[in-house]
Design a protein around this ligand. Structure first.
Ligand code: NAP
Length: 324
């Protein structure tokens, strides 16, 4: 079978396609025929050895995918051959077949396409966990989302709108803000042109924001934190801008602010039932047409370097998928 392999750490061009042996399902495992593998920002880090997960070489990148159960090992209750499923695990999905423990699978209900399902879990899972489980976002509250047209950012915009919040999208260009408005944001800040803190103060008439969703960090973090209102919640999601900011803690004291860390990958392992509940909620909202699960583009496997390049160049608006 065909597999995308990282045989030495480096750039997308250093990856290669290879023929490898088909997997056999062990106890508690299923073999899934992968239809579409979804790429994430962290796939550009894991192949370069710059991510917290460091697989032994060679390995295949890819943390999520949609596919069909092709074979079941012993002790695999709850799944059947031919069933459409989502596969979610730290890496390994960019290959034609994968043997995976069934607790890494989620059934795909009718009304949800393979394209929508392939890239739903990590970005929408992270944002639902952050907004509902961590920040306990309430209807009518103000939510400001940084990196609002990126993977987790756009998911946070859509989920914030579904949860009845007043969503302010923050991004680096008018085009990106237009995408976020088309997915539920009611106002926008172009931090490529405007001062983030002043703009948020003006948009909230000085009251401040209730919840900040921050996947980029860097120079944006402190002005965003200073834009919170009384008892605001600051969600620490990621550092796409590169630097991990150092924040003066008196800022948290002055307004009774909660700085809330979000580590979705560990949440999934430590609270599998809560994760499964969030997955079912997300799939139901997609099936009802309330969540778009936007796809940036579907690329043939041979175009893996271009697909990963789009993520590295900050051009992704929605999910980047590879067809196996
Ligand atoms: N905490 C968790 O559990 C968790 C889960 C998933 C992802 N993450 C993290 O969240 C961050 C965003 O992930 P993603 O999948 O949404 O990535 P993405 O689709 O590439 O979006 C990143 C956004 O960040 C902004 N950005 C600012 N500076 C950037 C830079 N130097 N390079 C690239 N983008 C930059 C861009 O928006 P503008 O151009 O508008 O600024 C871009 O749209 C990553 O750090 C990722 O590791 C964390």
């Amino acid at each position: 079978m065909k597999a995308l392999l990282c045989t030495r750490l480096g750039e997308p061009d250093d990856l290669s396609l290879a023929e490898i042996a088909d997997p056999v399902p062990g106890p508690g495992e299923a073999v899934v025929r992968i239809t579409l593998a979804a790429l994430n920002f962290f796939d550009t880090l894991i192949i370069a050895g710059r991510y917290q997960v460091k697989p032994d070489l060679p390995f295949s990148p890819g943390g999520e995918a949609s596919g069909v159960v092709e074979a079941l090992g012993p002790d695999t209750a709850g799944f059947s051959v031919g069933e459409r499923v989502i596969v979610h695990q730290k890496f390994g999905t960019v290959r034609e077949r994968i043997a995976v423990a069934t607790h890494h699978l989620t059934p795909i209900p009718d009304g949800v396409s393979d394209e929508q399902a392939a890239g739903l879990t990590i970005t929408y899972g992270t944002s639902l966990h952050a907004l509902r489980d961590r920040a306990k976002l309430q209807p009518g509250e103000t939510l400001a989302v940084l990196g609002a047209s990126g993977g987790v950012g756009l998911a946070a915009v859509e989920l914030g709108a579904i949860m009845g919040a007043h969503v302010i999208a923050c991004a680096s260009s008018p085009d990106k803000l237009a995408v976020a408005r088309a997915h539920g944001a009611t106002q926008g800040v172009d931090y490529g042109a405007d001062n983030l803190r002043e703009a948020l103060r003006t948009l909230t008439e000085g009251r401040g924001v209730d919840v900040i969703y921050d996947p980029i960090g860097g120079d944006y973090a402190e002005p965003a934190l200073r834009s919170l209102g009384w008892k605001g919640r600051y969600l620490v999601i990621g550092f796409a801008a590169g630097d991990i900011p150092r924040i003066p803690l008196n800022l948290a004291l002055l307004k009774g602010i909660d700085i809330q860390g979000v580590h979705w990958g560990v949440f999934v392992e430590r609270e599998p039932e809560a994760h499964a509940g969030n997955q079912r909620q997300l799939l139901a909202w997609v099936a009802e047409g309330r969540l778009t699960a936007k796809v940036h583009g579907v690329y043939p496997l041979a175009e893996y370097a271009e697909a990963l390049g789009i993520l590295k160049r900050r051009e992704a608006v929605g999910k980047v998928l590879l067809r196996l």
